[in-house]
Design a protein around this ligand. Structure first.
Ligand code: G3H
Length: 258
């Protein structure tokens, strides 16, 4: 019955949050590997979650990129109230991804869907060290970096290490290194092995992993059976305040290996 299914799902959510020692896990029915509607539902759940998490006053929400984030953003609803105002900023500079899945685009879409505001971070890819350092001195860039530092919420996804490395056109040497270090997961531009230990980091400006630990509201969104291993690896050392939004296919696979 539907009731039994619901109870079963709640049991899975509880088991997952206990297994990782995180604050909360929400599981959506289905498999986002081949059902786009699951991602739309992520949008509803993220809206509800942020509605519970974000306090009244001015909030700064730092967001990462990726296809999960982009599709989730498209299906969000309003979060703005008379008392609560939300500013969306990209958590880190661009990491060689297609325009629509970059953090800048995701934060713009989230702002427009939720009725909030956004600020972009204009730092291109592949810069010489000198250009990079002088860009960092730019007041308009400094301003956004300061906002990122002040964020009280971060929303991000989790990807498969080699898949992400290939998509971001990382070098052959980097690919070899990731394989040798058994990288299985990627998030925030960091690569993790099965134990959730960082094995590599793409140097980029913006939020660093140690900053995420200190942010009171952290939401991770990732689903699909193919991502189960990556999700499990990253979540092992995820900040304890994390809320994980995932789907049934990933959740069942995660618990199988638990
Ligand atoms: O860092 C994680 C990736 O951005 C996830 O990308 O949602 O396209 O799988 P994806």
């Amino acid at each position: 019955t539907v009731m039994n299914q619901l109870l079963g799902m709640h049991q899975v959510e509880k088991e997952i949050s206990q297994y990782f020692g995180i604050k909360r896990c929400i599981v959506v029915a289905g498999n986002s590997d081949n059902q786009e509607k699951v991602l739309y539902e992520f949008g509803d759940i993220l809206t509800d979650s942020l509605d519970l998490l974000l306090p009244d006053g001015d909030n700064i929400v730092a967001v990462m990129g990726g296809t999960t984030m982009a599709l989730t953003a498209e299906h969000m609803g309003t979060l703005e109230t008379e008392k609560r105002h939300n500013l969306f900023v990209p958590a880190r500079g661009g990491i060689g991804e297609a325009m629509t899945v970059q953090a800048n685009s995701v934060s713009a879409v989230m702002a427009s869907k939720t009725g909030g505001h956004h600020r972009a971070l204009y730092v291109p890819e592949q810069l010489s060290l000198e250009t990079y350092n002088s860009l960092l001195q730019e007041p308009s860039i400094q301003e956004v970096l300061t906002l990122i530092e002040q964020s009280n919420c971060v929303v991000h996804s989790i990807g498969r290490a080699l898949h992400m490395a290939a998509r971001r056109k990382m070098s052959d040497d980097e690919m070899v290194m990731l394989k040798q270090n058994n990288a299985v997961a990627e998030s925030f531009g960091y690569f993790f092995d099965e134990e959730g230990e960082v094995v590599y980091k793409i140097p980029r400006i913006g939020l660093q992993l140690k900053d995420v630990q200190k942010i009171s509201n952290v939401v991770a969104i990732a689903g699909g059976k193919t991502k189960a291993k990556a999700i499990r690896a990253y979540m092992k050392n995820a900040p304890k305040q994390t809320w994980l939004i995932t789907d049934e296919a990933a959740a069942n696979e995660i618990l199988k290996g638990a």
